[in-house]
Write a protein that binds this ligand. Structure first.
Ligand code: PEP
Ligand code: MN
Length: 353
């Protein structure tokens, strides 16, 4: 098995059922994967975190026994399970499970992370850490640091999206920028993408997988079921083994570095000079805003004037639309610019009082 923490040209692939449902179902997956060495780990959900009571909570230890039997029959196969409690870790270690992942509900909880990582101490298997439910890169990093502290040296992150007020039609909002920020802060940690839990629908899996690879992710975790429509959990997002093999054949793994490309160098130098102009104009705008603060203070006017802000936002959005910029982009930029302007004027008022 290639080490998920060492970069290679081929993406690291974890695939398998959302939940192990029976020995037959798991055997079917393992036998279909048997001739496909591009699959590095077989995903097996055996303790299932359920949002509401009464759902299928996974088969637990009996499923570990089937995995052990299947390992005899298919010595090449490697398995990976979710762990959410120290007891899960102990059982996985006892049954020789090849990798473990920590789910989104667990990675954001420091108490659970402390207990689980204690149980993982010195573990030689790869450990995958999903992002917490909320988009807090510090919490995600905290979970990774806890794993590092107990001497785990094969660690990778899994981006599974975030639970937001508006998920834009995804099951979990991808907020790719959070994963990119994780990469910026700890570039040595590989990041896999879980398009199944981001998309929540099988027709989105291919698009999300390709986007992740285009963003330089190191691999994918995909839910695969022999008969997705009949799956006990996450039936809408699982795909068949055949769909997985087709997907792996068609996704493009791009060349990572673009530093030597002349055309790219030229375009990047254009971007650099545009950015310089943007920043100089922003500084000029802030300076003007401070001059406005002086006038407002002199004439005893309030800093925030709702009518003026409404007009500015409306006009900028109309102009943005004419220039082909998206509504939300212009709105978010102007909300930030306006907030900074108000802050600067407040600072100005407080220093002159
Ligand atoms: C899972 O992978 O089975 C799972 C529960 O995912 P998440 O922790 O990302 O919700
Ligand atoms: Mn699932």
């Amino acid at each position: 098995m290639h080490n998920p923490t060492q970069s290679t040209d081929t993406p690291f692939i974890i695939a398998g059922p959302c939940s192990v449902e029976s020995k037959e179902q798991l055997t079917e997956i393992v036998s279909q994967f048997n001739t496909h060495n591009e699959i590095n780990l077989i995903r097996c959900g055996i303790w299932k975190p359920r949002t509401r009571p009464g759902g299928f909570e996974g088969l637990g230890e009996p499923a570990l026994r089937w995995i052990q039997e299947l390992k005899q029959e298919y010595p090449q196969a490697r398995f990976c399970c979710e762990v959410a409690r120290p007891e899960h870790v102990e059982l996985c270690r006892q049954y020789g499970i090849d990798g473990m992942w920590i789910g989104a509900r667990t990675s954001g909880d420091p108490f659970s992370m402390k207990e689980i990582t204690e149980a993982l101490r010195g573990c030689q298997q790869p450990i995958f850490i999903k992002n917490p439910l909320t988009p807090d890169v510090k919490a995600w990093i905290g979970a990774i640091e806890r794993c590092r502290q107990v001497g785990i040296n094969q660690i990778a992150a899994i981006h599974r999206g975030f639970d937001m007020y508006n998920n834009l039609g995804f099951r979990n909002h991808p907020l790719w920028e959070v994963a990119i920020e994780l990469r910026r802060i700890i570039p040595e940690i590989p990041i896999l993408c879980d398009p199944s839990h981001i998309g929540g629908r099988r027709d989105l899996i291919k698009y999300l997988s390709q986007t992740a690879l285009d963003l330089d992710f190191n691999g994918l975790m995909i839910e695969v079921h022999p008969n997705p429509e009949q799956a006990i959990t996450d039936a809408e997002q699982q795909i068949t083994p055949k769909d997985l093999f087709d997907l792996l054949k068609t996704i493009l793994v791009r060349n990572q570095q673009g530093d030597g490309n002349e055309e790219l160098k030229l375009l990047r130098s254009q971007i650099d000079s545009i950015d310089e102009k943007i920043l100089k104009l922003l500084a000029q705008r802030i300076e003007t805003s401070r001059n406005i603060a002086d006038v407002k203070q002199h004439h005893n006017m309030t800093i925030y004037q709702p009518k003026r802000w409404d007009d500015v936002l409306h006009q900028r959005m109309m102009l943005g639309e004419k220039l082909g910029l998206s509504d939300t982009f212009v709105k978010e930029i102007y909300e930030k610019i306006h907030a900074e302007s108000v802050q600067q004027q407040e600072n100005y008022f407080s220093t002159k009082e």
